[in-house]
Design a protein around this ligand. Sequence first.
Ligand SMILES: Cc1ncc(C[n+]2csc(CCOP(=O)(O)OP(=O)(O)O)c2C)c(N)n1
Ligand code: SF4
Length: 288
Amino acid sequence: MATFKDFRNNIKPNWCPGCGDFSIQAAIQRAAANVGLEPESLAVISGIGCSGRISGYINAYGLHGIHGRALPIAQGVKLANRDLTVIASGGDGDGFAIGMGHTVHAIRRNINITYIVMDNQIYGLTKGQTSPRSGEGFKTKSTPEGAVETTLSPLEIAIASGATFVAQSFSSDIKQLTSLIEQGIQHEGFSLINVFSPCVTFNKVNTYDWFKEHIINLDTVPDYDPANRAMAMGKLMETGSMITGLIYQNREKKSYENLIHGFKAEPLAHQPLNLEKNEFDNLVAEFV
Ligand SMILES: Cc1ncc(C[n+]2csc(CCOP(=O)(O)OP(=O)(O)O)c2C)c(N)n1
Ligand code: SF4
């Protein structure tokens, strides 16, 4: 049986020392081992951003896609090979700015994949512009007078869009994060896990200390019930989405793959190609 070490490779991440993304990488590796996956049964598909590099740092199938498009690729991978556990990941810019249309539709489609957003509330790779998750008044090169647009609340949008699993964590709380990733992988359907992941280089407002001061762990909220959709929405609105833990889970709804008619029992990846070798090579050549 694989341990978390089997999900490591020899590529050294080029994230800045102290970046929150390191702990998310470790939590994915631990969760994958804890739920009994092997490197060859996991695919990690990422977008573009500092966070998007994560697919290269995990020993599994991986694809570093294009900005905002991790989810279309991840859904395609899952539909073609349902035997794989598929994790999509990327930054808050990737998923909640350019990729927001895909995020909402992936949520309502409810294909059985786990989406981990590394939310540093800024664009890191492009050296510090305001993202939809940045707070109002946030000053960056793109908003020198301070951001005037309303901060996006993607978890409220997710629940309103029919999400069946919504969770949030903090990269410093690796125990909670690992457990939520395990639960997300085991959930039947689309699981969204937003992770506060401080950008120590460009975001001097939403620091580790700032998150520690503002986060409310749902374990400390008496009688919180993640099966109650209205309660989940209410808590997000009441706290400005600063809660961590399992926020909402609908265990009743079946995933897309289990509802759609005409799906062959055998995944596409295992069906005969019915192509000659040269036809296959020509097809592949078109894409490389
Ligand atoms: C289509 C397209 N538009 C814009 C860019 C430039 N770009 C690369 S990463 C990025 C945003 C990075 O922020 P985020 O997704 O939050 O990830 P982070 O770097 O903070 O982890 C942008 C705008 C791009 N690569 N492709
Ligand atoms: S720029 Fe920010 S998000 Fe990117 S690696 Fe450095 S600390 Fe992490």
